[in-house]
Design a protein. Structure first.
Ligand SMILES: [Zn+2]
Length: 80
């Protein structure tokens, strides 16, 4: 079954209610996305829900740190 690798969130069962009040069982699917994450020296694919994906992407930031450092340098040069 599809589950988030971080929080374990998965599909849940609920009911949809029609205008006439009829209840039908339905599945609320979790919004999972695949992301490469470091595990030791290698990268592995894992599935995360969108909420956890934001945390994972924020944690894997070496490229962004370089980018912001470059941006700060460019700003400093621009202002003399
Ligand atoms: Zn999650």
């Amino acid at each position: 079954m599809a589950k988030c690798a971080n929080c374990g969130k998965g599909n849940i069962v609920g009911r949809s209610v029609t205008f006439s009040g009829k209840h039908n069982r339905r599945v609320f699917r979790v919004n999972l996305h695949t992301q490469w994450v470091p595990k030791g020296n290698i990268l592995v694919k894992k599935q995360f829900c969108t909420k956890c994906l934001r945390l994972v992407k924020a944690a894997n930031v070496p490229k962004q740190e370089v980018r912001t450092a470059d941006a700060n340098l460019a700003v400093a040069q621009w202002h003399g």
